[in-house]
Design a protein around this ligand. Structure first.
Ligand SMILES: C[C@H](/C=C/C(=O)SCCNC(=O)CCNC(=O)[C@H](O)C(C)(C)COP(=O)(O)OP(=O)(O)OC[C@H]1O[C@@H](n2cnc3c(N)ncnc32)[C@H](O)[C@@H]1OP(=O)(O)O)[C@H]1CC[C@H]2[C@@H]3CCC4=CC(=O)CC[C@]4(C)[C@H]3CC[C@]12C
Length: 257
């Protein structure tokens, strides 16, 4: 399979699996990813997701070899590419998504990275939005999202030059949050996922929903949304279980209600 899906308790791991081409995207891979996103959003037992790649790579973007025989541009007639589920463009998960990056995460690889919430990269990882190098356009959303996630001049330089940057440069720019020794990105992502999965699922999902739904809004509009979402969490059984567990000096048992 061009992508693998593995559940470890409350954590779902999605692995892009075409290592022979640095996990360049295929139609099959994107279909498995799209189904995995639906599974994550639909299953209350899944509290956190991780996206990673096989064979010491994250993702090399669109398959340039496939593009030479079947160019996406030939099938754009009437297509609406404002939403591409597989790349989480125009769609965000309701649960936290952690990226565990080893090796290259370039072009479509850096594009889908921008749809993740927490990002762990091995020290040899590389990033970049290479599409312009090949006369293509970063249709995975980077021309919109990257300037919202990075300082303007850094985002635009990466978009226009297509140059690759190291994990250290990506950390300094704020594209990723962690740089770890090669081969340990998934282990670190699993540790972070375990911490989040032990927290109140309603609180975690409400915080994520608030961050997404209030982005770019004036404070007064944003707080109107935030307060409604937040108050729902406070009326839950979990919101009573947490303080009780603290006083009784035991780990909380959250049931998402
Ligand atoms: C717009 C969206 C994204 C577009 C793109 O991503 S364009 C692709 C840009 N990719 C690159 O520039 C990376 C190229 N690769 C490299 O730079 C290097 O390989 C590396 C840095 C990744 C690794 O270097 P390395 O030295 O370790 O390894 P190498 O020796 O170079 O490579 C090893 C081996 O792998 C092969 N390889 C590497 N990368 C690729 C690649 N990208 N493609 C193919 N093969 C690759 C290399 O040749 C070597 O092989 P070997 O045989 O050993 O020589 C688009 C993303 C998805 C699109 C949507 C898809 C679905 C749709 C379908 C439609 O019909 C409508 C449109 C659409 C929605 C479509 C829209 C556009 C996208 C969103």
């Amino acid at each position: 399979m061009d992508a693998l899906v593995e559940q470890r308790g409350p954590i779902l791991i999605v692995t892009m699996n075409r290592p022979q081409v640095r996990n360049a995207l295929s139609a099959e891979m994107m279909a498995v990813m799209r189904d995995a996103w639906d599974r994550i959003d639909g299953d209350p037992a899944i509290r956190v997701a991780i996206l990673t790649g096989a064979g010491g790579a994250f993702c090399a973007g669109a398959d340039l070899r496939a593009m030479t025989s079947a160019h996406p541009g030939d099938s754009f007639d009437g297509a609406d590419l404002s939403r591409i589920d597989a790349l989480l463009k125009g769609r965000r998960l309701t649960k936290p998504l952690i990226a565990a990056v080893e090796g290259p995460a370039v072009a479509g690889g850096t594009e889908i990275l921008q749809a993740t919430d927490i990002r762990v990269a091995a020290q040899s990882a590389r990033f970049g939005v290479s599409e312009a190098r090949w006369g293509l356009f970063p249709l995975g959303g980077s021309a919109v999202r990257l300037p919202r996630q990075l300082p303007y001049t850094i985002a635009v330089e990466l978009l226009l030059t297509g140059r690759h940057i190291t994990a250290a440069e990506a950390l300094a720019a704020g594209l990723i949050g962690h740089v770890v020794p090669d081969g340990t990105a998934l282990d670190t992502a699993l540790e972070i996922a375990g911490t989040i999965a032990a927290n109140g699922p309603l609180a975690v999902q409400a915080i994520l929903r608030t961050v997404r739904e209030t982005e770019g809004l004036p404070e007064s509009e944003a707080f109107a949304i935030e307060s409604k979402i937040g108050m729902q969490v406070f009326t839950s059984d979990d919101a009573r279980e947490g303080p009780r567990a603290f006083i009784e000096k035991r780990p909380p048992e959250f049931h998402g209600r």
